[in-house]
Design a protein around this ligand. Structure first.
Ligand code: NDP
Ligand code: 8X3
Length: 250
């Protein structure tokens, strides 16, 4: 029987690439996001490789998250791998200029949304005493940078939740992995700069950033380790990036 992977934020970037990677690895997929057209497109692409179902919800809405997850058809309801990936930065203003709307979005999506999904799925893992949770943090969860303030805080929270999950779920044999990418060229900066494609493109100019596939490839490796091996915490940057603020640009 195929194992099931549940991926949040599958409509773009790292989540989309992870869906393709795990499909190739033989998982059947539950793909989540708000953009139904993207979910449909990905489902139609990956259905040629594996069984796929989609869930459309805004991760900020706890009722929508629970209703969607509890509505999963029986064949997809035993989740072996949960990839908590949905998230974004909103704005890059200094703390004194930041928008409360942006702050709320980052805390509500990156932190509370991750918790809602986890809360809905973990009981079935503890009951079965099996499962693997992969939390996508960030280098922004390991250090801070100018203008990163609340995004960094949200990712520091993901780092703490990741470590706490590993402790609390230890008696149940559940693997918990934190993956903390540096700069990955996805729609991330377009969202951060509110659709300003020029500002977004500038972020990745003058060096070779990570691509979504680079992270998906690592997720594929991590889930394929034998059951007694837990990759606990990985920081992954492109070669040009030493820290959030030191990037070797030509
Ligand atoms: P993208 O913007 O390409 O993808 C973000 C994904 O999150 C989309 O699928 C989006 O789906 C989903 N999402 C955002 N808001 C919501 C919401 N309210 N409800 C449900 N889903 C939502 O960015 P990335 O692929 O780069 O980002 C994926 C993860 O990786 C994030 O957690 C990000 O913080 C992290 N990361 C990214 C890095 C980078 O440099 N790109 C580096 C380090 C970490 P939809 O809009 O359809 O809802
Ligand atoms: C995304 C990487 O450097 O923009 O998490 O914060 S960064």
């Amino acid at each position: 029987m195929k194992k099931t992977a549940f991926i949040t934020g599958a409509t773009s970037g790292i989540g989309w690439a992870t869906a393709s990677e795990l499909a190739q690895k033989g998982y059947q997929l539950v793909l989540c996001g708000r953009r139904q057209d993207r979910l449909d497109e990905l489902k139609s692409e990956l259905s040629q490789v594996t069984d796929v179902t989609t869930l459309q919800f805004d991760i900020r809405n706890q009722k929508a998250v629970f209703d969607a997850i509890f509505s999963l058809p029986e064949a997809f309801s035993t989740i072996d791998v949960l990839v908590n990936n949905a998230g974004n930065a909103h704005g890059k203003d200094a703390i004194q200029d930041g928008s409360i709307e942006d702050w709320d979005a980052m805390i509500d999506i990156n932190v509370k949304g991750l918790l809602y999904v986890s809360k809905a799925i973990i009981p079935s893992m503890t009951e079965r005493k099996s499962g693997h949770i992969i939390n996508i943090g960030s280098t922004a969860g390991k250090e801070v940078y100018p203008g990163g303030n609340v995004y960094c805080a949200s990712k520091h929270a993901v780092d703490a939740i990741n470590k706490s999950m590993r402790l609390d779920l230890n008696p149940f044999g559940i693997r918990v992995t934190g993956i903390h990418p540096g700069m990955v060229e996805t729609e991330f900066s377009e969202v951060r700069f509110k659709g300003d494609k020029e500002a977004a493109a500038k972020v990745y100019q003058g060096f070779e950033p990570l691509l979504a596939n680079d992270i998906a490839d690592i997720i594929g490796f991590v889930v394929a380790r034998p059951a007694h091996v837990c990759v606990a915490d990985l920081v992954v940057t492109c070669t040009a990036q030493a820290t959030s603020t030191v990037v070797n640009k030509s």
